[in-house]
Design a protein around this ligand. Structure first.
Ligand SMILES: C[S@@+](CC[C@H](N)C(=O)[O-])C[C@H]1O[C@@H](n2cnc3c(N)ncnc32)[C@H](O)[C@@H]1O
Length: 337
């Protein structure tokens, strides 16, 4: 059994190295004595890199410079094979903070998908923690296992002992895998997290954190109302994380032209102690089917937009008409007096 690779020190055989070549083009190689990295322009021998410090610049046979760096976890995650959509690093970072993942924590995660979040969670719980992952599709679990093995530099039969993946629906598997009130944190990244609330409430310990990652507002609304309806959790807190990169060069300092505008919403709630009732106003329970009366709840007035008065509307009509081009006056060919 080999231990996980520590991402520091001079390059050694087996290290993944990210090469930045001419025009910023990225390539990732796994260092192997005697092997070569070929491009259509030149060749770089892996042996050139072995023993050099991380962050070295080396030359290929045609004189092109290559910057060699060990990929950060965020680099790895963004370029790793994906079975299902991954949680991006910007959201993973927020999840670690909002769900308060700590060294030694017992964390439940469903589903596993491609294992992007699993990688961050495994790192955060450390050697004393436990990550219990659940995935319905065996083939996705396979992708996740391979990604975790590749990222940590271990063989598939040397995956971290702190990690397990149960294949099946988390609703069925979680009660079998975790004793009641034994789990510190639960992270749900799936289409229908509201279906799992009973088993999650059973597995979490009092004060434990549930975090749901959902892509659409309809999912957000539904899971928040379902959480309230259980009466077992604190008031759900919702947010999204928008990260805008900046171009900073001399006096040309401005936001990047392109960004990832939307990934998902994060919602957290904490489990109340048994028998505790959340103080505060009782909220209206949600329905999951929408009828005419539900649509009425979302009229501008109902959601706090003030209706414009008739007078105000008439004024706006006048202003709008005033902007319309007038037809030319009929002319009899004579000059006006
Ligand atoms: C978007 S992917 C998760 C991606 C993952 N968080 C990552 O960062 O790579 C959602 C996964 O949840 C799984 N899934 C959906 N509902 C599930 C359930 N009830 N129990 C277990 N897995 C479920 C799906 O098969 C899918 O692989």
């Amino acid at each position: 059994m080999t231990g996980p690779r520590t991402p520091r020190g001079p390059f050694v055989a087996g290290d993944r190295v990210q090469l930045t070549g001419p025009k910023g083009r990225l390539n990732t190689i796994t260092l192997s004595p005697g092997k070569e990295f070929h491009t259509h322009r030149g060749i770089l021998a892996h042996d050139t890199l072995l023993g050099l410090p991380d962050g070295s610049v080396v030359q290929a046979s045609n004189g092109d410079d290559y910057l060699a760096l060990r990929p950060l976890l965020s680099d790895f995650v963004m370029s790793m094979p994906r079975g299902a959509a991954i949680i991006y690093p910007k959201d993973a970072a927020q999840i670690l903070g909002l769900a308060d993942i700590f060294p030694g924590a017992t964390v439940v995660e469903a589903g596993v998908g491609s294992g992007a979040l699993s990688l961050w969670l495994l790192r955060a719980i450390g050697a004393e923690g436990r990550l219990l992952s659940f995935e319905r599709r065996e083939e996705f679990a396979e992708v996740a296992r391979s990604n975790v093995a590749a990222a940590t530099g271990v063989a598939l039969d040397d995956l971290p002992p702190t990690w397990s993946i149960d294949i099946g629906d988390v609703v069925d598997e979680l009660p079998r895998a975790a004793a009641p009130a034994s789990v510190d944190r639960v992270i749900l990244d799936m289409l229908a997290p509201w279906e799992c609330l009973d088993v999650v409430a059973e597995a979490l310990m009092p004060g434990g954190v549930l975090l749901c990652y959902v892509a659409t507002v309809t999912q957000l609304s539904r899971v928040a109302e379902a959480i309230r309806l259980t009466g077992r959790f604190t008031e759900p807190q919702s947010s999204e994380t928008i990260v805008r990169g900046w171009h900073v060069e001399g006096l040309a300092v401005r936001p990047d032209h392109r960004m990832v505008a939307h990934t998902a919403f994060l919602m957290t709630a904490r489990l109340l102690a048994p028998g505790s009732v959340l103080p505060g106003p009782v909220r209206r329970a949600s329905k999951t089917e929408y009828g005419d009366e539900d649509v009425e709840l979302w009229t501008p007035g109902a959601v706090g937009d003030r209706e414009k008065s008739d007078k105000r509307v008439r004024k706006v009509v006048r202003e709008a008409r005033g902007l319309v081009a007038r037809p030319a006056e009929p002319s009899d060919g004579r000059n006006p007096a």
